[in-house]
Design a protein around this ligand. Structure first.
Ligand SMILES: [Zn+2]
Ligand SMILES: [Zn+2]
Length: 383
């Protein structure tokens, strides 16, 4: 545990204390490479245990073997560079140790493991793979095109948000089940066959666009209700309590809110008879899109900002400036905010600061989980 704390404190080191050449970058990337190597080895060792059918190819793909050698080699090289350069050795030693363990494991493949019960690590692999993919995509983008250059990857409260990410990945199947419940109800109660015949005949990409438009319409109103109804705001204020915006910040959301929001916004998607492939495509888009709009990315989008939600648009939604209160509810198409009078997007500025006015939300996952249920006298209906 102490070593973990030490690693984290080294990762969180302020940028001015770890200039280029200090061994920090090689140490962090070395650790990442060795962990990725270890993950690949574990996936090979416990094929039935992981809940991701899509990664079965890892078993017998030659490409994966090459990739594994590459990350392990990178793990060794980077950890050695870090050990040479850095006066603090924890990152380097850890990366080296993980690389050694992973390569020892890679050369042996135990046979007795095949009768391990199914999905012991249910959701954990899903979490790790998602974090690696989304992180690999957004961390460099945030580093090279930041909206706020002073903000680092390991900013305050990143561990809490990572924990949110973990929890919602662990509950992904439960949440999926809850999400489908209202749609199943509608499907049995209301005959929609005429609409379905029409929709399934639409071209694929039109279907994806229609799903986006329909879900965002519902999402807009559910989201607005979460701001307007004090009881619901207690749940949603947790999402707004983050004071640093990046790709990880969007993960902070109360489980109850995820369940309500998802099950209602998914209603048009699962009741109107879309092609399952179009639904899959939408889910993939929305997965990256929601990380993207929270990301610390300062791209200028010009006229595109009028048609699609961008990081700056959603950052304004998270702003705690006066002008940023109860605006920009849409998550795909700003047109809903235009139509319903909640649109706010100055020419080029970004909000001054983020968070909940009055700072009423406690810190830490469990405190935030309990927060909506704990009776407390609130002085004002903060944002
Ligand atoms: Zn909100
Ligand atoms: Zn948000």
């Amino acid at each position: 545990m102490r070593i973990l704390r030490k690693i984290i404190s080294q990762l969180e080191m302020p940028r001015d204390q770890r200039p280029f050449g200090s061994g920090w970058l090689s140490g962090s990337f070395g650790l990442l490479a060795s962990l990725a190597g270890l993950l690949i080895v574990l996936l090979r060792w416990y094929p039935e245990t992981f809940s991701y059918p899509q990664i079965a190819f890892i078993q017998d793909s030659g490409v994966v073997t090459v990739a594994l050698r590459f990350v392990l080699l990178a793990g060794y090289a980077l950890s050695l560079i870090s050990l040479i350069l850095s006066s603090r050795k924890t990152l380097g030693w850890t990366a080296l140790a993980v690389s050694v363990v992973a390569s020892l494991m890679a050369t042996t493949q135990p046979q007795y493991i095949t009768d391990v019960p199914q999905s012991v690590y249910f959701g954990l692999d899903y979490f790790i793979i998602n974090v690696l993919i989304v992180g690999f995509l957004f961390v460099p983008l945030e580093r090279f095109f930041p909206a706020r250059p002073e903000q680092t990857v390991f900013r305050p409260e990143w561990q809490e948000d990572m924990f949110y990410y973990l929890i919602s990945s662990m509950f992904v199947q439960v949440l999926g089940f809850i999400t489908l419940a209202p749609s199943n109800l509608v499907n049995t109660a209301i005959p929609l066959d005429d609409v379905r015949i029409y929709i399934v005949a639409l071209p694929f990409f039109v279907q994806v666009l229609v799903i986006m438009a329909a879900t965002d319409f519902v999402q807009y109103w559910v989201h607005r209700a979460f701001h307007m109804i004090p009881f619901l705001w207690r749940f949603h204020s947790i999402h707004h309590s983050t004071k640093k915006m990046d790709w990880l910040a969007g993960a902070r959301m109360h489980l109850i809110e995820i369940a309500i929001l998802q099950s209602l916004t998914a209603l048009p998607m699962f009741t109107l008879g879309f092609d399952p492939a179009a639904i899959q495509a939408y889910l993939l888009i929305v997965y990256f899109y929601s990380s993207f709009i929270h990301a610390n990315i300062g791209w200028k989008f010009g006229f595109i900002e009028r048609f699609f939600v961008t990081p700056r648009f959603h950052h304004w939604h998270h702003g705690s400036d006066r002008a940023a209160i109860d605006i920009n509810y849409a998550s795909h198409f700003p047109i809903y905010d235009w139509l319903f009078g909640t649109h706010h997007l100055p020419e080029t500025e970004w909000p001054e600061k983020y968070g909940v006015v009055g700072d009423s939300v406690p810190k830490g996952y469990w405190n935030q989980f309990k927060y909506p249920f704990v009776k407390k006298k609130r002085k004002s209906a903060a944002k």
